[in-house]
Design a protein around this ligand. Structure first.
Ligand SMILES: Nc1ncnc2c1ncn2[C@@H]1O[C@H](COP(=O)(O)OP(=O)(O)OP(=O)(O)O)[C@@H](O)[C@H]1O
Ligand SMILES: [Mg+2]
Length: 240
């Protein structure tokens, strides 16, 4: 197991945004996390990446406990993440944005630039490398999020809705990018609402609803799971 999330709870005041969630991810797997809006998916990423402390529970990465460590410590250990609300450094160029990530593993500007360039080619942003971050379209800002996270050289990559807001053509372009990231030896956890993506990309899916894990299984098992259908469409549809 590359990561083990054990009985994790996150409480915001009276709200349990994540309530006793456990799951494991195997090396080189792509795990999907799905669930209705407000289910607690992004909060789960914030706990894994150290952006928020857990209320209780434990997170282990490669057998080592990383619960409540600082985000830069967790990043250095090999967990990279993207943000659902894209966060480019607006005033610097696309390649410089990616170099910031690359400095996680090198102090050489030359190496960081070379590495950033290779990643920009991979995600299809090399033509725009000299534009400032804020000038990009939303689709390209999403690509930049992936590039920045990849530049940190993660062993585990957390992708939070990197395809939301993209058109069908753009989605078809990014699917092979995600598969190739996995093929290069990176384990991936992906939060996504677009079912077509989840069903074609994921080996396994965890479903979160009201902060709790309500199902776990292969895409096929999840598509036929009664609890999951209820969570998404309500009782009426699942009984119809
Ligand atoms: N920093 C915070 N302070 C207080 N409440 C929060 C905070 N972050 C998230 N929440 C609440 O926790 C719950 C889960 O939010 P979260 O963003 O994790 O959901 P999500 O599953 O990612 O939803 P979406 O699909 O809309 O992105 C929501 O009710 C949200 O309002
Ligand atoms: Mg979210």
């Amino acid at each position: 197991m590359i990561i083990q999330v054990k009985e994790v709870v996150k409480q915001f005041g009276g709200l349990k945004a994540v309530n006793n969630v456990s799951f494991d991810v195997k090396q080189n797997e792509i795990l999907g996390i799905i669930g209705p809006n407000g289910a607690g998916k992004t909060t789960l990423f914030n706990l894994i990446s150290g952006s928020h402390p857990v209320t209780s529970g434990k997170i282990e990465f490669n057998g080592e406990e990383i619960t409540n460590k600082k985000p830069y410590v967790i990043c250095k250990k090999g967990i990279g993440r993207t943000y659902q609300v894209v966060k480019p450094f607006g005033g610097i160029s696309v390649i410089e944005n990616v170099m910031v990530g690359a400095f996680n593993k090198t102090t050489s500007t030359k190496k960081a630039r070379e590495y950033a360039l290779a990643i920009l080619e991979k995600v299809g942003l090399n033509q725009k490398k000299d534009q400032v971050g804020k000038s990009l379209t939303i689709a390209d800002k999403k690509r930049l999020e992936v590039a920045k996270a990849l530049a940190t050289q993660p062993k585990l990559l957390l992708l939070d809705e990197v395809m939301a807001g993209l058109n069908p053509t753009e989605i078809q372009e990014i699917i092979p990018v995600i598969k190739s990231i996995r093929d290069s030896g990176v384990t991936i956890i992906i939060i996504e609402h677009i079912m077509e993506v989840i069903m074609t990309v994921c080996d396994r899916i965890v479903v979160i609803h009201h902060g709790e894990k309500i199902a776990e299984g292969t895409p096929k098992e999840i598509a036929n799971n009664e609890e999951v259908i209820k969570a998404y469409f309500g009782e009426a549809v699942s009984n119809a």
